[in-house]
Design a protein around this ligand. Structure first.
Ligand SMILES: [Zn+2]
Length: 325
């Protein structure tokens, strides 16, 4: 039985394992628990943490805990905080609390070859990532055959056509989350906007109620796949969207970002009327922030739709970012 110790009684670990690049703090702590042959619960008690699982410290990390861990793990506090999602903007935190992590088989193999096991990387639980931050390879769903792992690019119905666009969307959110852009709330607001329910456009004949999302207006076929898991496709819980559909959502974000005002104009009439206020709120947040030019190669993204329709609707180039009003 391991005793709960007072803060001043905590002594540094005799051996501190080297943290891997982009490793989660909970992963590093779990590896220490394994090294010292104690359970996760025992380590939590020994550290005096008031949490039920180490996963909590990945997104809720107090100053007291920083000081305690710095002493026990003999490391720099900046490095410790960098292993968590504590610095992620508040609007994006729900994207970092996935219970079901993805995995990069390439990095697992690399770690295994170095004799390091049980590592979990930050990008594997971030709901805006489809590639591994460490090696850039496509992430995979956990499980399945290790000899023949299927990546998101392969298992997603949108992977073949929309992968490059999805990577652009991933980059947009990554820059926002890491403070490299002034787009403020835009990417998260866009995710919410694209997952609002859709409806018949004015003039379209009504032929019954249906489940549909605005994203389908940009990424045809999204509705067909989303209906199978409709409880997980919700503008209020954007982090819960299945990873295979995340590819479509990120590609949709890149399309809106190419010409935000024009695409939002195009989407507006397709929004289910009772969600109009939501639409306008998300759109205001998104368009307000999306002013810097973004280098997006629409041709590569395989979507001729924007270049064909948007200029006709607005008379403006899809690469014009001055049309944000
Ligand atoms: Zn990797």
């Amino acid at each position: 039985m391991i005793e709960v110790r007072e803060d001043h009684e905590l002594k540094p670990f005799p051996v501190v394992l080297e943290a891997c690049a982009d490793e989660l703090l909970s992963s590093w702590l779990r590896r220490h628990a394994a090294y010292y042959a104690v359970s996760e619960a025992a380590l939590i008690a020994w550290l005096g943490l008031k949490v039920s699982t180490l996963r909590t410290v990945d997104h809720r990390f107090s100053l007291e805990q920083v000081g305690r861990f710095t002493r026990v793990l003999r490391c720099d506090p900046t490095c410790l905080v960098g292993m968590t999602h504590a610095g992620v903007p508040a609007e994006a935190r729900l994207l970092t609390r996935q219970n079901r992590a993805l995995v990069c088989h390439s990095c697992v193999d690399q770690h295994g070859a170095a004799g390091i096991h049980g590592v979990a990387l930050k990008s594997w639980i971030e709901a805006w990532r489809i590639t591994c931050r460490l090696c850039g390879g496509p992430l995979s769903e956990p499980g399945g055959s290790h000899d023949n792992p299927m990546s998101l690019r392969e298992i997603s119905s949108f992977g073949e056509r929309w992968w490059e666009g999805a990577r652009v969307g991933e980059g947009l959110i990554e820059r926002y989350v890491t403070g490299q852009t002034s787009m403020l709330q835009a990417p998260v607001a866009l995710m919410r906007l694209l997952l609002l329910p859709s409806w018949y456009r004015p003039g379209q004949p009504f032929d019954g109620f249906y489940n549909g999302w605005l994203l389908n207006e940009l990424i045809p076929g999204f509705d067909d796949h989303a209906r199978r898991v409709k409880r997980r496709v919700n503008h209020g819980a954007i982090g819960s969207i299945p990873p295979a559909l995340r590819v479509a959502l990120l590609a949709g974000i890149s399309l809106v970002a190419a010409s935000p005002a024009s695409v939002i104009d195009y989407l507006r009439p397709a929004c289910r009327p009772i969600y109009t206020r939501h639409f306008e709120a998300f759109a205001a947040a998104a368009v307000q922030g999306l002013s810097p030019p973004i280098d997006i190669e629409i041709e590569k993204m395989g979507w001729p739709f924007v270049s064909l329709l948007m200029p006709k609707r607005t008379g403006r180039s899809i690469f014009s970012f001055q049309d944000v009003s």
